[in-house]
Design a protein around this ligand. Structure first.
Ligand code: 5GP
Length: 163
């Protein structure tokens, strides 16, 4: 449908705090936060401050190429995460949205072989997601406009003057 869910930077700040509170109330104390780039970097950074976790990691996964257009499977892009960093750790995976859930499934399964506990935090979870996330701010089935990706990349305003 044409229905959209719009997240603003203003709302995102409160969402991140509320998610951090869910994690704390649950008694989960992650050793590290693993953001799924690029959409999960914002939540990962905000949770890092709110939960006082300084150990932040990034995994680059590509799946979507446009509104509801995706590749056949999510793929991990280089550089790949060093398994040594994850061994025995309590990991909190941060992402913007669990839609099909295939991205989070890939990351969770990647971690599962090394870590002692892996949990997932997302701003949004859709009902079709095959991963049921541990910490969720809102549920929707609409396409979501995130503040960081709702505008096209900037372009140069003008060429440098010659000299
Ligand atoms: P999934 O693997 O759960 O289907 O989704 C993976 C990624 O696709 C999300 O982390 C997000 O970057 C992108 N994505 C999925 N659904 C939406 C959506 O409704 N809006 C936007 N902007 N991106 C989405």
């Amino acid at each position: 449908s044409d229905e959209r869910e719009v997240l603003t930077y203003e709302l995102f700040g409160g969402a991140a705090r509320e998610l951090a509170q869910q994690v704390a109330d649950d008694g989960f104390e992650p050793d590290l936060i693993l953001s799924i780039a690029r959409g999960g970097l914002f939540l990962g950074g905000a949770l890092g401050y709110a939960l006082d976790v300084k150990n932040l990691f990034v995994m680059n996964v590509e799946f979507y190429t446009g509104v509801d257009e995706r590749l056949e499977l999510p793929v991990v892009l280089p550089p790949t995460l060093d398994a040594v960093d994850l061994t025995g750790a309590r990991v909190l995976v941060a992402d913007d949205v669990a839609d099909t859930g295939k991205t989070l499934e890939l990351v969770r399964d990647f971690c599962a072989g090394y870590v002692s506990d892996v949990r997932t935090a997302v701003v949004y979870e859709k009902s079709r997601s095959l991963v049921k996330c541990d910490y969720v701010w809102r549920r929707t089935d609409a396409w979501i406009d995130f503040p960081w990706s709702s505008q096209p990349p900037v372009r140069t305003r003008s060429a440098r003057p010659p000299h």
